[in-house]
Design a protein around this ligand. Structure first.
Ligand code: PLP
Length: 403
């Protein structure tokens, strides 16, 4: 955990690049990689003081390592956070929050439109230890309010949602929570701090699967939480006691990634908006879900909370006679794009990825739940990458001609 409060008044990009890492005696310009499980003490007394917490420093990479520190420090700069921690994965970060803040009898309120594994994890493991999990429609502010009990510990949500790009009112939800002394955790993996800073809208913690746009190049698994200092202290103890630690190598990769996050997210957004606009006017597209389209019901809120729309679009494909494609027809449509696009369930890569949510990321849902959630058989998600946008458009156009 690093404190950046005392740093001087540089701009965000300068701080990110210049104020987040201490050069070693080797005088490297790019960050060194610290593949070491432990660190040595200058004296036995220093060892004693490190273990007792009297002084801060690195002694064992389960809890601190210069590469993790540098990665987290950069994320703190981008989020405007006072504290933060790295985790082995996004799921490790979410699990740590639950371990840190929940006990038997407590309740947690989840937005229905969060990453499915987050809901599954809480229901499968924390329910058996007596935690109550309430899943609500996060768009309806009254249902957040109504879900609160004296035992509610935190609200958990994602904005924008995946794959439908629903936008949730972060400030209004935080206001409801804080009136009842409930904390707010926002999963910010989809647009990242480059486009949205949840802490500015009064979230207590901003959480990451760094595996997605933070890495941005599809290489490593990682996670992080940044925000309130006291809450991060509790999370630090969970990390130390459970060992869901980020590997120094992955932290090194992710730390370098953050140096270009702003530029990459702008480029993803620019390409995605162009694709969304193209799809919106295409006769074989029944509907496009992208909050930065002025036609989106979420446009105004997206403009308030985000700098741009981000890289994820979903859309519903139909025939020339306005008939929704069947499941098999939609799979065939996706196959037609495979000469250029990556058929993969992941998102947030420089390479454009195309996915069929109903048979992959959302396959566990019952048919009724899928319909309710708006995940139809003809829905396709793309994570727009950084190829020449004209080429992405052209392959989608060709596939649509055959649909
Ligand atoms: C992928 C993802 C996660 C899980 O992250 P991992 O790094 O795969 O553990 C959590 N939340 C969201 C929004 C995600 O997309």
């Amino acid at each position: 955990m690093t404190d950046i409060k005392n740093q001087n008044n540089l701009g965000e990009a300068t701080k990110l690049l210049r104020n987040t890492y201490n050069r070693t005696n080797a005088k490297e310009n790019s960050e060194a990689l610290f593949l070491t499980s432990s660190f040595v003490f200058d004296s036995a007394q220093e060892g004693r003081d490190l273990f007792s917490g009297a002084i801060e420093g690195n002694f064992y990479s389960r809890f601190t390592n210069p590469n993790i520190d540098s990665f987290v420090h950069k994320l703190m700069v981008l989020e405007g956070a006072d504290a933060g921690l790295g985790f082995a994965s996004g799921m490790a970060a979410i699990t740590a929050c639950c371990l840190a803040f929940l006990e038997a009898g407590d309740q947690v309120v989840l937005s229905r439109d969060i990453f499915g594994t987050s809901t599954n994890m809480l229901q499968k493991y924390f329910c058996k230890f007596g935690v109550k999990v309430s899943v609500i429609d996060g768009l309806d502010l009254a249902s957040w309010q109504n879900a609160i009990t004296p035992k509610t510990k935190f609200f958990y949500l994602e904005s924008p949602s995946n794959p439908l790009g629903k936008i949730f009112d972060l400030e209004a939800i935080a206001k409801i929570a804080h009136k009842s002394n409930v904390k707010v955790i926002v999963d910010n993996a989809l647009v990242t701090a480059a486009l949205q800073k949840p802490l500015k809208f009064k979230a207590d913690l901003s959480l990451y699967s760094a595996t997605k746009f933070v890495d941005g190049q599809g290489r490593v698994i990682g996670g992080a939480v940044v925000g309130d200092t006291e809450l991060c202290k509790e999370l630090g103890l969970v990390l130390r006691n459970t060992g869901a630690s980020l590997s120094p190598f992955n932290a090194w990769v992710l730390s370098k990634s953050l140096e270009t996050l702003n530029l990459r997210m702008q480029a993803h957004s620019k390409n995605a908006l162009e694709i969304a606009e193209f799809l919106e006017t295409h006769p074989k597209i029944a509907k496009v879900h992208y909050a930065y389209l002025p036609s989106s019901p979420y446009y105004a809120l997206a403009k308030k909370q985000q700098k741009s729309g981000g890289g994820i679009i979903s859309f519903e494909v139909q025939t020339a006679n306005n008939k929704a494609l069947t499941k098999e027809e939609t799979l065939d449509f996706i196959n037609q794009t495979a000469s250029l696009l990556s058929l993969t369930g992941n998102f947030g890569d420089t390479k454009t990825a195309i996915t069929h949510p109903t048979t992959t990321t959302h396959f566990r849902l019952e048919d009724k739940e899928k319909k309710q959630a708006g995940i139809f058989d003809n829905l396709v998600r793309i994570s727009v990458g950084l190829e020449d946008v004209v080429d992405i458009k052209s392959i989608l156009n060709k596939a649509l001609e055959k649909a």
